[in-house]
Ligand binder design. Structure first.
Ligand code: SF4
Length: 305
């Protein structure tokens, strides 16, 4: 969706490939060190069992089968020609490099123009990044998505990320050395974070060499640690109006050429306890655009180099 108020991912990919590019989400059966007991078995306080995966296709299928099934469905529905393979579930670099190679190799078939890999900043190293960079040929779009959530170590500790901000900075440095694109994930409305803290996250990321960003609203999913905190009355969730206003404030501070890859995550509807208003993504984005119009601003309006 194009927007005159921010640089939308779809538009950006279209400018690279001359037509709309459709994402196929994949579950390659990865785990996560923050869930399997390596760092902790609790996971991040907001993470549900799916490891942030919006399941479209069964993970009983191989990566190639998921890809082909996904492409076929999207092709029929939208007459699509070009696709991006998106490794979304859990930590998609959390295997030895020889196994990663087999998984990533499976992706590059006709009409796949790129690959995006969601992971943790403490789960990449030189060897793994070299492998990802080896696919960076033929004008492909190659991106590593790092879950960060906040630049504040006190928050990262509270939400049980198991890594600090310095670890993210180091991962970004290594990723950029290899000319790969970086997308950072952040969550707005995390416990104990003030508006100022969130704006600090925006300003800090704006000052780094980051290509894209995904912004989520803190959601309470059934069975998560946040769910318990919510039941104990320890969590204050933002209202829809507050979230819209905070996102606009956040985007104003980002560089105009940082690609906005998400403005609100849905989470799985069946297990989402709060906020109830989350889910109508298009309406929400429309309201953000109206807010920008009212303010007379847009992404980058308050960006300072
Ligand atoms: S790093 Fe990702 S998959 Fe692992 S516990 Fe945190 S949110 Fe869940």
């Amino acid at each position: 969706m194009a927007s005159e108020y921010f640089l939308a991912f779809g538009e950006y990919l279209k400018s690279l490939f001359g037509e709309k590019v459709y994402k196929v989400t994949l579950d390659a059966g990865f785990s996560c060190p923050n869930r399997d007991g390596t760092l902790s078995s609790d996971g991040c306080v907001f993470c549900d069992d799916s490891g942030s995966f919006s399941r479209l296709y069964s993970n009983s299928l191989s990566v190639r089968e998921q890809l082909l099934t996904g492409m076929e469905k999207i092709r029929k529905r939208y007459h699509a020609n070009k696709f991006l393979a998106y490794f979304q579930a859990y930590t998609n670099t959390y295997k030895p490099v020889n196994e990663l190679k087999k998984i990533y190799d499976d992706v590059f078939i006709d009409d796949i123009v790129g690959m995006s890999i969601g992971t943790r900043p403490d789960c990449v190293d030189d060897e793994k990044l070299d492998l990802i960079a080896s696919y960076n040929t033929d004008n492909r779009f190659l991106q590593v998505e790092y879950g960060l959530q906040s630049v504040h170590d006190k928050t990262l500790q509270f939400i049980n990320r198991g890594h600090d901000f310095k670890c993210f900075q180091e991962a970004c440095r290594k990723t950029k050395e290899r000319n790969l694109k970086i997308c950072a994930h952040v969550i707005l409305g995390l416990p104990n974070e003030t508006h100022e803290d969130m704006m600090e996250t925006a300003k800090t990321l704006a000052g780094m060499d980051i290509d894209g960003i995904k912004i989520h609203m803190l959601a309470v999913m059934e069975g998560t640690k946040i769910h318990q905190m919510y039941k104990d009355g320890l969590i204050n969730l933002m209202s829809e109006d507050e979230y819209i206003s905070t996102v606009c404030d956040f985007l104003e501070l980002l560089p105009p050429d940082m690609v906005i890859q998400r403005l609100a995550g849905n989470g799985k509807r069946e297990i989402r306890i709060q906020p109830r208003w989350l889910g109508k993504k298009l309406e929400l984005v429309g309201r953000m655009e109206k807010e920008f119009e009212r303010r007379g601003t847009r992404q980058g309006s308050k960006y300072k180099k």
